[in-house]
Design a protein around this ligand. Sequence first.
Ligand code: PLP
Length: 528
Amino acid sequence: MTTPGDIELLMSIFRGTPVRDLVDHNLGDAKFRIPKFAARNTEFLTHPIFNTHDTETEMLRYLKKLESRDLSLCHSMIPLGSCTMKLNATAEMFPISWPEFAKLHPFAPADQTAGYIEMCKQLEDWLAEITGFAAISLQPNAGSQGEYAGLLAIREYHASRNEAHRNVCLIPTSAHGTNPASAVMAGLKVVAIATLKDGDIDLADLRAKADAHARDLAALMVTYPSTHGVFEPTIREICEIVHTHGGQVYMDGANMNAQCGLCRPGDYGADVCHLNLHKTFCIPHGGGGPGVGPIGVAKHLVPFLPAAAALNADVDLNKRVGPVAQAPYGSASILTISWMYIRMMGPDGLKRASEIAILNANYIAKRLHPHFPVLFKGKRGLVAHECIVDLRQWRSSGIEVEDVAKRLMDYGFHAPTVSWPVAGTMMIEPTESEAKHELDRFCDAMISIRAEIDDIANGETDRQNNLLKNAPHSARQIASEKWDRPYSREQAAFPAPWTREHKFWPSVARIDNVYGDRNLFCSCPPMD
Ligand SMILES: *Cc1c(COP(=O)(O)O)cnc(C)c1O
């Protein structure tokens, strides 16, 4: 971290002279190590964006401008189902800016990283306690990578028992897309399990498929509570069926925010599970990372956790599964965030968070149900920590779930997860971070949008030219001389009282998402 230049500066301060008088000639400038043939001699970074913000003031304003276009948790709840967009508290975030954590090299010698390793070990212990497992690997850099590491552990476990032929992975159709993707990457064959009308896994189908593949059953990947937002009461039975057919149970732990302190995957039958520290344990996410997806495993799978990455030759050759990440502790610096979260919450706090997360989701489900039917509920009429509302009945009036998502922007809200795991629905997860006031504000917005939908469905409003189809409305449109919409500017941009007090302006109007996804185009200055 220290260059010869720094040492020369230090010497010159003490000696009062800029003259170099170091004996060690190795302290000269670092050699230019890029081979000549590879050195670039053409122009680069010529786009104005790279050379207009060349003062700190300009850079500050540029970054702030970008930030202000982003509707974040600073503005409203982000009720993305399954994604657990909870508060990333400032106190939790502080340590990542401390040089003791931020400036350590992942491969610094062990005698210089004692504190870091202690923190990692403590976090491993806490996560083991929370999940009910024997050991944790902090290596995977995402939930999906945890899935991969967990399935490798299962695969090698079978191989160690002379059952390497076990290669079938059962996955319910409601699963997150990463599940089948990881299974294929781990060399397994995916067999889909049906779900019933009420959202639960079809036990008869599970039994039949487990029977049919009993000889080569490797694993079941299951999410609990399910991605349908319900605690499946048969979860123990599901695990048992898989075990009696010689398979292992992989638990997708993305929904751990509904379980912490209440129940543990290790107790009800899972053999391995990943956690999304960037969901349940407060690491900020969105925009692609970085994340941490540690896995916990039961005792019999401990020997098959990924080996530690090492720079030198002392990789543990006895390990059957190699490292799944470059660094021994994956994204180590951000582990401090989850450490802080768990340490500050304590066991009671974590339990309380799960309870409030579930309570908040049920509050929203109950308030919205008369206006937007809640698709899946448990036998007692309750949901888990998220709920799916069904918008498909308005398709006949031309209203799609996307229109409601876009209209929510006019109300100052980030849309929930749309069309997953069921097309034409919204999955709402408020998390424990939101106060009742904010839940009500969101429900008020949805209920108000329902009235707007009714106007369209009743034929009072045009099917194409209306508040929903034209949403969101930008400041430029609202301020334009030309306004020929069949509704007022006020209805468009200030549909709720709070928008008058503080308005978040979408920076662009409606974008055709599908067209945009299929037709790549560049908004840069032309190539010439
Ligand atoms: C987020 C999520 C994943 C994948 O986790 P990543 O960290 O995004 O790779 C898997 N399953 C479910 C249910 C999820 O919500």
